[in-house]
Design a protein around this ligand. Structure first.
Ligand code: HEM
Length: 188
């Protein structure tokens, strides 16, 4: 990290910075005949990018993250996600931008009004396909066959423990299903 970046105030994102590992992951995912549950482990890395100014008047501080998820049964990487966590201090807004290799991208947002001094930080963001602010973009194939219609994510950090739960609502196989993921991780 450069001196310039390390002197920045990452606010509620500060406690995320680092590398985390966890092996208590539970994924519930769609299958043609019903849902399937997969236990998993993962590595989640957050690195400071710096600050960014938009239109000369909005200042954001930004972390880049990478999430690599492996199925316990065969160690296969079955989810690979990357994006940014962004804090807009002036607007008390948290943003998560994410993309996955299925050709789906999400820009999820939420308010952050908690005290920064608190030892536990909880960030909550969400997006809906028809939301004018926080929405979802996907390929024509995914729109027609495995459409993501909503996303919500809650992540909490206290010292060296991180936990999250997220729900991706899908329109797939002729039904609406909640594709859920949660895990508990420890800072490496
Ligand atoms: C820890 C996080 C996640 C894991 C472990 C995971 C895993 C899975 C699995 C196992 C499937 C079933 C199809 C397959 O076997 O590949 C699936 C389907 C899907 N996932 Fe995820 N997923 C995660 C997060 C997400 C997120 C954040 C999104 C989008 C915002 C997403 C979007 C989808 C979509 C659209 C499908 C339907 C594709 C299909 O089944 O053909 N997933 N996911």
């Amino acid at each position: 990290m450069s001196d310039e970046v390390s002197s920045l105030d990452f606010g509620p994102l500060t406690q995320l910075i680092g590398t985390w590992r966890g092996n208590k992951g539970i994924d519930v995912a769609p299958e043609p005949e019903g849902d399937e549950t997969h236990p998993y482990y993962e590595t989640l890395t957050f690195e400071p990018v710096g600050d960014i100014t938009n239109a000369g008047k909005q200042t954001l501080v930004v972390l880049h993250y990478r999430q690599i998820v492996q199925r316990k049964t065969d160690n296969e990487i079955f989810h690979d996600e990357t994006g940014y966590w962004i804090w807009d201090k002036a607007a008390s807004t948290i943003i998560q931008s994410l993309t996955i290799p299925r050709a789906v991208a999400v820009l999820a947002g939420g308010q952050y009004n908690n005290k920064l001094e608190s030892s536990k930080v909880t960030l909550e963001v969400g997006a809906k396909i028809d939301d004018p602010d926080w929405s979802i973009l996907q390929s024509p194939f995914m729109k027609d066959n495995a459409k993501t219609i909503a996303f919500s994510h809650k992540i909490s950090v206290e010292k060296d423990q991180l936990s999250y739960s997220e729900t991706t609502t899908l329109d797939i196989y002729g039904r609406i299903m909640e594709h859920t993921d949660s895990n508990e991780l420890t800072r490496c």
